[in-house]
Design a protein. Structure first.
Ligand code: AHR
Length: 508
């Protein structure tokens, strides 16, 4: 019996914000140097920005890029990265035990973002940094002129302000690994005082406070409550960070990672709603899921990178967190993308962490090519096709038991684009052997036509894209059969991530 997927015109979750499809570049490993920036590379433009990488980012339709960190930001002085390059200091980066030359700083990031067509999301240092330095950073970036820092920006060649809109109040300050980590109440006080200054300098800023860095910290979710109780009125959103890995070695558990993300979002929205009630506020707190991805932390070579050879410490752009993604990872990311779309009423911003070389969909060779990793495709599908309104649907799908409890074998999300009159349906089938037949029932959309089907399916779970075989794992188009077109019953293959495009007449 086919599983019924029931959609009703007008029954939607929310408009999907452009900012849901953001990403992240940190001064970490080769994300910046030999990632987005490599003067002398055959594809580099006059500022040293790699055009091959920019083209891929454009194809991914990345909306925002968070910068400069990450853990890096908690020891970073933004003033090190401005002015003439030859006068910029070379520093020790405490987060990644690397050497930071500061050749690429805030002005270069602004220029790069403009050329790449992405909106900057910048983070201030609330580790070693002070509220006043954050205020100066806003002044340098967003004030037109006539003050010390705004005039300095002009002297540095940027006559017009950067007008950065999205700002993170530090990074993962709940994590003991963070430079100058803080307890919840101490962070909340510092974040509030910083936010006040930043808003005095530019009231239009949209600020994001640090929420939990992972669900595994003992402070989760008390941290979130304590922080929100203090900063609620000053911020637009609270951040969530989580990396997913195959920690049990059981493929079903890993494929079911979307349940973990789903639970995390439920917990944080509930916590935020509790604080809203306690403060008698009328405002709903949004979530910025500004770090998520698959990251096999255990057993990755970067863990003992510094221990193996002490001479590796404090080198420029060492090859850190260079994860090579598999077909299995692409399926897992497909499930996570669905979860983000299904929570688009509260998750208004998100950043795939990261974008280039460091746990990233794009991977480069210094002085060589750039390739698309397997996870490039599920992100691209969501970002390109997951626009418009996220649809609510009903589907009674089978469940299996995983470490996350009862887990749906089909994880899905759907969006309706009013302009193109198309519905995009994303479906992950985590069942390792069973294809699933689904029957699409669309009420109130007029005539429905199956238009296109793309699938990520049929590869070895460990298959990867490499410099030698860059297209080993790519989506394939599969035409609909006449029977499928007539019945609107479609087979979803075992272990696959599919994108079905449906043409409708429109909402009636
Ligand atoms: O993305 C890699 C690191 O993971 C980031 O620097 C940090 O914020 C998180 O712990």
């Amino acid at each position: 019996m086919a599983i019924k997927y029931l959609f009703q015109a007008g029954n939607y979750i929310s408009e999907v914000e452009d900012t849901l499809y953001g990403s992240f570049i940190e001064h970490l490993g080769r994300a910046v140097y030999t990632g987005v920036y490599e003067p002398g590379h055959p594809c580099a433009d006059e500022q040293g920005f790699r055009r091959d990488v920019m083209d891929m980012i454009k194809e991914l339709k990345v909306s925002t890029v968070r910068y400069p960190g990450g853990n890096f930001v908690s020891g970073y002085n933004w003033m090190d990265g401005i002015g003439p390059k030859e006068q910029r200091p070379v520093r020790l980066d405490y987060a990644w035990l690397s050497k930071e030359t500061n050749e690429f700083g805030i002005g270069e990031f602004y220029d790069w973002a403009k050329k790449t067509g992405v909106t900057p999301m910048v983070a201030v240092n609330l580790g070693t940094g002070t509220p006043q330095e954050a205020g100066y950073f806003v002044e340098y970036s967003n004030i037109k002129g006539g003050t010390y820092f705004s005039d300095l920006r002009k002297q540095h060649g940027h006559e017009e302000p950067f007008n950065f809109k999205y700002w993170c109040l530090g990074n993962e300050m709940d994590g003991p690994w963070q430079t100058c980590h803080l307890e919840a109440d101490d962070y909340a006080k510092k974040a509030l005082e910083t936010a006040k200054i930043m808003h005095w300098v530019d009231p239009s800023l949209k600020l994001v406070a640090c929420g939990s860095a992972t669900t595994t910290l003992p402070s989760y979710p008390e941290w979130d409550r304590i922080v929100l109780e203090r900063v609620y009125n000053e911020v637009e959103a609270l951040s969530c960070h989580h990396y997913f890995e195959n920690s049990t070695g059981n493929i079903n558990d890993f494929l079911g990672s979307f349940v973990l993300m789903d639970n995390f979002i439920h917990t944080i929205t509930s916590t935020a709603d509790y604080v809203k009630a306690k403060l008698r506020s009328k405002k709903d707190m949004m979530i910025s899921f500004d770090e998520y991805n698959i990251w096999s932390i255990a057993g990755e070579p970067w863990m003992d990178f510094f221990d193996r050879d002490p001479n590796n410490r404090f080198t420029k752009a060492p090859p850190l967190l260079e994860q090579h993604y598999t077909f299995l990872d692409a399926l897992v990311l497909g499930g996570l993308m669905c979860t983000l779309i299904n929570h688009s009423d509260r998750v208004k911003m998100a950043s795939l962490a990261q974008l280039v070389n460091v746990i990233a969909p794009i991977f480069t060779k210094p002085n060589g090519e750039a390739i698309k990793q397997t996870i490039y495709y599920p992100f691209m599908w969501a970002s390109v096709y997951g626009r418009g309104k996220a649809l609510r649907y009903f589907a009674n799908v089978p469940h299996i038991e995983t470490i996350h409890g009862q887990t749906k074998t089909l994880q899905s999300a759907a969006t309706y684009n009013e302009q193109t009159k198309e519905i995009s349906l994303f479906i992950l089938n985590i069942d390792q052997t069973q294809d699933q037949e689904i029957s699409l029932v669309l009420d109130g959309f007029g005539k429905v036509e199956l238009k296109d089907r793309q699938e990520l399916v049929g590869y070895e779970l460990s298959a990867q894209n490499t410099f030698i075989t860059p297209d080993a794992v790519v989506p394939k188009h599969r035409a609909f059969t006449d029977a499928e077109k007539q019945s609107l019953c479609v087979k979803i293959p075992a272990l696959s991530f599919s994108l079905l495009t449906l043409k409708v007449e429109g909402e009636l």
